[in-house]
Ligand binder design. Structure first.
Ligand SMILES: [Zn+2]
Length: 379
């Protein structure tokens, strides 16, 4: 099987590909000189210099780039590896001191015996411009029979300003030589006072039909994980009519296995800062808030939140709801202290919250399929 050199590089060494793409976009590349390039070194060297090292990284390389006609120009690119896989990259640009971090995820998906598909996803974060975030999906599809290769690129951007999110999604059929996007979507999404996103204006290329029936549509174009999860949290809070109860939502580094929690004493939903789950996690934790609201309506809860819910919603009149609320109550009494093991996974509060997750995911995937058939599969 014959593969083009670019693809060979792509499969073996990501850095070469990135360099290639950068050069393509950057026509005055000859102005730049390579000052230093290190071999792969252990991160312990950096740690002793006081440089913060991303979690999981074991080795790094560093490249220092200067400009021929500008002695002050300096760009230092530090690439971190975990088990020889790139896990993060820092770019420091001289005075501006812009640090971009990207995380890479690679999916190897043999679609079937005919095609082999690899998707590399890069998440760019710019510490100097937190209002901006960018996602890049590079997709390489190889036909196993004749060796032909197709490239695709999705470049998704969000700019956040006050309550408006500008979202742009561009799909390039061939990211190696095409500047023009084959398809693109530009949206202005407004986050309402209730935290729910709405599409305010849109511009889409011909042939794309954004379904008005898809209630999750605006959520699909929020690419920042935290913001997306927050929007979903408000969505579920509204779904269960819990919006006036003063439920707080926060993010922090949670301990080991925890990625989310609902605390009925504090009336707080907490998410782990690094959790990549969005809709499922929001559906799960808000469902816990709903469960305790129902327990409160039985007149059995002892937290201010439970009493507040009883006052707001009154007693439960529907017999099925009532029966379920008693199951919540019993499960709440037997809720284990540890968030693992059988007692935890078999607890009805958990089973019910997991079911809510599943339903949410099913709903979300419906619209995703319809959109993916038009503009790719990353929505
Ligand atoms: Zn749970």
């Amino acid at each position: 099987m014959h593969l083009s050199p670019v693809i060979k590089n792509m499969r073996t060494n990501y850095r070469d590909v990135k360099r290639y793409i950068v050069h393509k976009l950057n026509h005055d590349k000859y102005k730049y000189i390579l000052k230093i390039k290190t071999e792969k070194c252990s991160v312990s060297q950096l740690k002793s210099m006081g440089v913060s090292v991303p979690e999981g990284a074991d080795t790094f390389t560093m490249v220092h780039i200067g400009k021929r006609d500008d002695s002050k120009y300096s760009k230092r690119i530090t690439t971190f590896f975990n088990n020889n896989q790139i896990c993060a990259r820092y770019i420091d640009s001289g005075d501006e001191f812009i640090t971009k971090v990207y995380n890479q995820k690679t999916y190897n998906r043999g679609v079937n015996n005919l095609f082999h598909r690899v998707v590399k996803t890069f998440i760019y974060k710019n510490n100097a411009a937190p209002e901006y975030s960018e996602l890049e999906h590079l997709e390489i599809i190889r036909n196993n029979l004749n060796g032909s290769v197709k490239y695709k690129m999705h470049r998704d951007k969000n700019t956040f300003k006050d309550s408006i999110i500008k979202a742009s999604l561009k799909e390039h059929d061939n990211f190696l030589n095409s500047k023009l996007a084959k398809r693109d979507i530009d949206l202005d999404i407004r986050i309402g006072n209730d935290g729910i996103p709405h599409i305010e204006s849109k511009s889409v290329s011909d042939g794309i039909n954004l379904s008005e029936q898809d209630e999750f549509l605006p959520y699909r174009f929020i690419f920042d994980t935290s913001k997306k999860r927050l929007a979903f949290t408000h969505y579920f809070i509204k779904k269960y009519h819990l919006e006036d109860l003063g439920i707080k939502i926060k993010e922090e580094h949670m301990s080991d296995n925890d990625i989310g929690s609902f605390d009925e004493f504090e009336k707080t939903i907490t998410y782990d800062k690094d959790a990549c789950e969005t809709i499922t996690l929001a559906a799960h934790e808000v469902r816990h808030a709903y469960q305790y609201a129902q327990i409160g309506r039985l007149g059995k809860g002892y937290t201010p939140y439970c009493r507040q819910c009883r006052k707001k919603f009154g007693n439960i009149t529907n017999p099925d709801e009532l029966a379920q609320a008693y199951k919540f109550l019993i499960a709440g009494e037997n809720y284990p202290a540890s968030g693992s093991g059988k007692l935890y996974s078999e607890n009805y509060l958990e089973k019910d919250a997991n079911h809510a997750e599943l339903l949410a995911m099913r709903e979300y995937s419906k619209g995703a399929k319809a959109l993916a058939s038009q503009i790719g599969r990353y929505i």
